[in-house]
Design a protein. Structure first.
Ligand SMILES: Cc1cc2nc3c(=O)[nH]c(=O)nc-3n(C[C@H](O)[C@H](O)[C@H](O)COP(=O)(O)OP(=O)(O)OC[C@H]3O[C@@H](n4cnc5c(N)ncnc54)[C@H](O)[C@@H]3O)c2cc1C
Length: 353
């Protein structure tokens, strides 16, 4: 049986473990946190990632429920800019991260061994295999150790790595009764979004421009349209994370017997809600290429050739969308909202024709 070590048990690492197990690998997952699990709030899972999860046998990530009220983009005073339906947008499945992580790890069989409280510090490799911390060996190492990946740092010490986006994000889960389709509200330098999770609760997020490392509260949203203040007030806990993505160009996703997946390879700003989805798609692509040939270097090269260009585009698009969303100049924000509104009307008109 071929053997793999997966470093990191975030969404990328656990999906990679399930994917490798399905194509006959013996997998050891090494996670430095004392327990397996995901913290955080909600997450959008787009249809392409749902398809990979379904293919891997992960059950329970259901199709998006259609909101009873329209979803779309609003101004802070509640006026609509454009409806999601006008733009013909598909809606993602909205799920709590903990639930998604549990649904994936529920598929772990006897071929997956998990070691928590284990920090990977060194990785060496030769023609026969990889060695972690001088003691654990395998034929393949999957680095799913996140944006500040130590494994990537070892492979590419000259690479600049994370880059601060200029904004911070607040997130929460609210248990409130609402009849609202959700969507995003864009202001001047701030954005607020919310959606109903498949478990019935509401997930919300907000962003604000500020210097990295500043602790702040989402007070600016208290004067925004209903139900935004209610969502914030209805949340037990509010998380705050500064938003980073990875410097472009991205480094090659493979070197020898080591392969990068998820944020370790292509961390992006959350504006498209595609970071974890891309990690899931990486896992599916990696298993597909490994299953197609017994030539390991050829499979890893094919994986890099598929996933690096695709995710580079997403890093760029997320970054650009983030810049547009975080604009502060009132003339530009008025122009921006006008363009979205006209664009929505044109798309809707074309759809009706
Ligand atoms: C505010 C915000 C909102 C987002 N919303 C969405 C969304 O709606 N949809 C979406 O698809 N994506 C979203 N994302 C992106 C998504 O969160 C990430 O892309 C995804 O979680 C990355 O998963 P990962 O497994 O690659 O990395 P991580 O989740 O960072 O996991 C890395 C794991 O590796 C472990 N680790 C690190 N170093 C070591 C080591 N040396 N040894 C052992 N273990 C180690 C860590 O403890 C961690 O468990 C959002 C991100 C943010 C910040």
């Amino acid at each position: 049986m071929s053997t793999a070590i997966v470093v990191g048990a975030g969404i990328g690492g656990v999906t990679a473990a399930v994917a490798l197990q399905r194509c006959g690998w013996q997998v050891t997952v090494l996670e430095r946190a004392p327990e397996l699990g995901e913290v955080g709030a909600g997450i959008s899972v787009w249809p392409s990632a749902v398809a990979v999860l379904e293919e891997l046998g992960v059950k329970g990530v259901e199709k998006a429920s259609v909101p009873s009220k329209p979803a779309g983009m609003r101004k802070p005073d509640g006026r609509w800019v454009v409806g999601a339906a006008d733009l013909g947008l598909e809606l993602p499945v909205m799920i709590h991260r903990t639930q998604l992580h549990e649904l994936i790890t529920a598929e772990f069989g006897p071929a997956v061994i998990v070691r928590t409280g284990y920090e990977v510090r060194t990785v060496s490799q030769d023609a026969d295999g990889v060695t972690v911390n001088g003691e654990l060996q395998a034929e393949l190492l999957v680095a799913a150790d996140g944006i500040r990946s130590a494994v990537r740092g070892g492979l590419y010490p000259q690479y600049d790595g994370p880059r601060y986006s200029g904004f911070t994000a607040y997130r929460g889960i609210a248990e409130v009764e609402l009849d609202d389709g959700g969507g995003e509200t864009w202001g001047r330098g701030q954005l607020f979004g919310f959606a109903r999770l498949i478990d019935g609760r509401f997930y919300w997020y907000g962003t604000a421009n500020q210097a990295a490392g500043t602790t702040s509260e989402p007070t600016v949203f208290e004067s925004w349209h209903d139900p935004i203040p209610r969502l914030i007030a209805g949340s037990e806990k509010i998380l705050q994370n500064d938003i980073y993505d990875l410097t472009l160009p991205l480094v090659p996703f493979t070197q020898g017997r080591v392969v990068l997946v998820g944020d370790a390879a292509h961390a992006m700003t959350p504006n498209l809600g595609r970071g974890a989805c891309s990690a899931i798609e990486d896992a599916g692509a990696l298993a597909r290429h490994l299953g197609a040939t017994s030539d390991l270097p050829a499979a890893l090269t094919a994986y890099d050739a598929e996933r690096r260009p695709a995710t580079t585009k997403l890093v760029k698009r997320s970054r650009s969308l983030g810049r547009v969303a975080q604009v502060e100049n009132p003339v530009i924000t008025t122009l921006r909202d006008g363009l979205f509104s006209i664009g929505g009307k044109l798309v809707a008109l074309r759809g009706r024709k």
